[in-house]
Design a binder for this molecule. Sequence first.
Ligand SMILES: [Zn+2]
Length: 411
Amino acid sequence: MKAILVIMDGLGGRPTDLGGATCLERAAKPYLDELARQGALGLMDPIAPGIRPGSDTAHLSIFGYDPLKVYTGRGAFEVLGLGLEVRGGDVCFRANFATVERQGGKLVVVDRRAGRLAEGHAFEQALNEISLRDLGVELIFRASTEHRGAVVLRGETLSSAITDTDPHEVGKEVLVCEPLEASEGARRTAAAVNALTRRAHEVLESHPVNARRRAQGQLAANALLLRGAAVMPHLQPLTEDYGIRGACVAGGALYKGVARLAGLEVLAVPGATGDLKTDLRAKAKAALSALARVEFVFVHVKGADNAAHDRNAQSKREFIERVDREFFGELLAGLPPGVHLCVSGDHTTPPAVGEHTADPVPVLFWGPSIRADPARTFGERAAAQGGLGRFSGRLVPQLLGYSDLGPKFGA
Ligand SMILES: [Zn+2]
C-alpha cells in the first residue's frame, strides 16, 4: 500500500473568520466532504497543545521528529530548501541584500532590502568567489526571492553561537558579529562573518549590476546582512527508518527543505509556485506520477496560509475551494487502489488574527484501512467529533502505519 500526505498550510481557522464559521467549514468542497464521509477525522496539535508552531517546526513534528530536540533555527531549514547540499554541522544564515553608505569606517544601512531588489541572482557568482579559506571556512551563497538569500559557512567545528550583523533598522550601523560563547569555533565563525561582511561589500560595491542600478536611479545592493545563525542538525531520514522511497511536491523552499531532510526526493514541478497562483492540477499530476515509483508522497500547498496572513478570509475560502476542485478533482480521478490519504494543515492561521495560532488543526484520514466515523464534512468542528480523537503531530508515522509500511517496535 502507498500513502499521500497533503498539507494545506495554515488550514485551520476560527469561527470568527467568516461570521460564525471557519473558511474550511464555509468552503464548497465536494471532494473533501466525500473523503470525510468515507474516512475519519480528528484534531491535531501540530507540536503539543498550546504551542504556537512555525511552519518549519510543525513540519518536523508532522514528519515524526521532535522539534524541541532537533530544531536549530529557521535559517538552516530555509537554506536546505534553496536546494543547497547542506551538511550536518554547517552554519546557515538568512541573508538580505541591503544598501549601505560608508560613514567614516562604518557601514550604515540606508535600505535593508536594497529597494526590494529583484536581481539577487546576478550577484551569486561574485559572492561565491569570495574566499574565507584564510579562516579555514568555505562559503556558499545562494540568492532567493527579491532581496533574500542564504549563506552557508562550512568548516571544522564552526558554531552558531554568534550575533547577527543585521541591525534590523535603517540608519543603524551594520553590526560586528560577536561570539556568544568562549569556544574557538564561535570565535572563528564570528571572524569569518566579519570578513564576509567586508569582502562582500567590496565585491558588491564595484559590481557592474550595481553600476547599472545607480545609473537608473535605483539603490545599489552593496552589502549582505546576516541573521539567524543556525547549525544544520543531523536527522535520521524517515525513508531509511521505514525502508521506503518518498517524494515531495511543493512550491515553497522551506517545505522542500524539510522533505529533503526527511529523505524525500524533491520533485521539480513547473507551475508549483508556493503561493495563491500555484498550478494545483500540475501538483496533483506530479503526485500521481511519483506514486508510480515511490511508496510515500508529501504534497504541500501554501496558498491558504498566504491569504490568512493577508487577513483575507474570502480569499482563504476560495483557495480551499480551488484546492478541492483542481487538486483533489485531478488526484482522485487518477488515484490507483490501495492508497491512503491524509489531509491536514501544519497549523491554524485564522484570517481574523493574521498569524499562526496554537489552535488544533483538522485532520482527515481516508483509505482502505481507515475505520469510517460519522463525519459528513471536513471542518474544524466536525473534526472535534471525529473518530481519530486528538493527538500531537506525527501524521507521517500514522499514515505509513495505516499503509503497513515501517518497522515493528518490539518483539
Ligand atoms: Zn505553515
